[in-house]
Ligand binder design. Structure first.
Ligand code: NAD
Ligand code: MG
Length: 289
C-alpha cells in the first residue's frame, strides 16, 4: 500500500516541458517520478514469490519491481541496454530491501530473446510464479500520412507480438497457480487522435488477456491486465506525448493530476497475490477517474 499520495509535486505544479531521445531515463526527469522505494509499504503479500518483469528499469515496471520486493518477492528485470543506469538504481533499491534481483538487458522485438530471458530467469531462481509484461512503446503522430510502416511494425512488435512470444517461452517454467499480468491503457477504450498505433495495441492486449485467461485456466494459470491512465514516466517525455501536452498531463482526469508510478503498483501486487485466486481475464483500471 502507498501512503501520502493524495497530492504529488506534479499535481500541485505544472510539469515542465522536457524531451529525451530513445526510451528516456527516469533519473533525468523533472520531477523524478515516485517509484515507491520510500513510499510503498509492503505486507508480505508475495513472500518468497519469484517474478519476471519486463520494462522494469523505469516507470510502472520499476515501481512494480520495487513493490514486489517490498512484498517479499525476488525479481528478474528486463529492459533495453541503453537504460542500464536506471536498472542499476532498481537493483540498489531491491537489494536494500533484502531481496534478490537479476538484470537481463535485451530487446524484446527479437523472438529468440524471449527464450534467452526465460533461460536467464530459470538459472537465477528456478521456475517462477509471476510474469509481468510492462514493456511498451508509445510515439505520438498527428497525421496518419506520417505514421511510417517502421513505426507501425515497431509498436506492434514491442507491445503485442513480444508478449505472446514471452508468454510462450515462460509457460513451461510457470509454477502451478502462477499469474500473468499484462499492461493495457485507458487508451484501449478512449484513444487519443494522435496515438492510433499505440492505442490499438493496448486494445489488442486486453483482448489477448481475456482469451488466454480462458485458455490457461485449466492449467491453473491466471491472466489479468492493468490499464493505467496518465502516469508520470519516461514514456511520456520520450516522444509519447507532444511537448505542449506535458504540462497538461492528467488534468482532464477527475483527480486533475497525473498518477505516480507507485500508485499503479498496488494493482499488480493484488493480481499476483493470494487475494486474487478467483480473478482471471479481468482488467484493473488505475486512471485517476
Ligand atoms: P517507461 O518508458 O518507463 O517503460 C517502458 C519500458 O518499456 C522501457 O523502460 C523499456 O525498458 C521497455 N521497452 C520498450 N521497448 C522495448 C524493447 N524493444 N525491448 C525491451 N524493453 C522495451 O514507461 P511506462 O509509462 O512506465 O510504460 C510502461 C507500460 O505502461 C507500457 O506498456 C505503457 O504502454 C503502459 N502505460 C503507460 C501509461 C502512462 O501514462 N505512462 C499509461 C497507460 C499504459
Ligand atoms: Mg526505461
Amino acid at each position: 500500500m502507498t501512503k501520502g499520495m493524495n497530492e504529488t509535486d506534479s499535481g500541485r505544479n505544472d510539469l515542465p516541458k522536457q524531451e529525451q531521445s530513445g526510451s528516456g531515463l527516469q533519473s533525468k526527469m523533472i520531477p523524478i517520478p515516485d517509484d515507491g522505494s520510500k513510499s510503498y509499504i509492503g505486507h508480505n503479500r508475495l513472500q518468497d514469490k519469484r517474478a519476471l518483469i519486463t520494462g522494469g528499469d523505469s516507470g510502472i515496471g520499476r515501481s512494480v519491481a520495487i513493490a514486489y520486493a517490498h512484498e517479499g518477492a525476488d525479481v528478474v528485470l528486463n529492459y533495453l541496454p541503453e537504460e542500464e543506469s536506471d536498472a542499476q538504481d532498481v537493483k540498489e533499491s531491491v537489494n536494500k530491501l533484502g531481496r534478490r534481483i537479476l538484470l537481463v538487458p535485451g530487446d524484446l522485438r527479437e523472438e529468440s530473446f524471449s527464450q534467452e530471458l526465460v533461460a536467464h530467469a530459470v538459472s537465477f531462481f528456478g521456475d517462477f510464479d509471476i510474469l509481468v509484461l510492462v514493456a511498451g512503446k508509445q510515439h505520438a503522430v498527428f497525421n496518419i500520412e506520417d505514421l511510417s510502416t517502421d513505426q507501425l511494425v515497431d509498436t506492434y512488435t514491442t507491445n503485442v507480438f513480444s508478449i505472446i512470444w514471452l508468454i510462450k517461452a515462460a509457460l513451461p517454467h510457470l509454477n502451478e497457480n502462477g499469474s500473468i499480468i499484462t499492461t493495457s491503457s485507458v487508451q484501449a477504450k478512449k484513444p487519443l487522435p494522435y496515438l492510433v498505433d499505440y492505442a490499438s495495441t493496448k486494445a489488442a492486449i486486453r483482448n489477448i488477456t481475456e482469451s488466454l485467461a480462458k485458455q490457461l485456466a485449466p492449467r491453473h494459470i491466471r491472466v489479468n491486465c492493468v490499464a493505467p491512465g496518465p502516469i508520470w514516466t519516461p514514456l511520456q517525455i520520450a516522444g509519447g506525448q507532444p511537448q505542449e501536452k506535458i504540462p497538461e498531463l492528467g488534468k482532464n482526469t477527475a483527480m486533475g493530476r497525473p498518477g505516480q508510478p507507485v500508485e499503479v503498483a498496488g494493482a499488480y501486487v493484488y493480481l499476483a497475490s493470494a487475494d486474487a485466486t478467483y480473478v482471471t481475464g479481468e482488467t484493473v483500471y488505475v486512471t485517476g477517474g
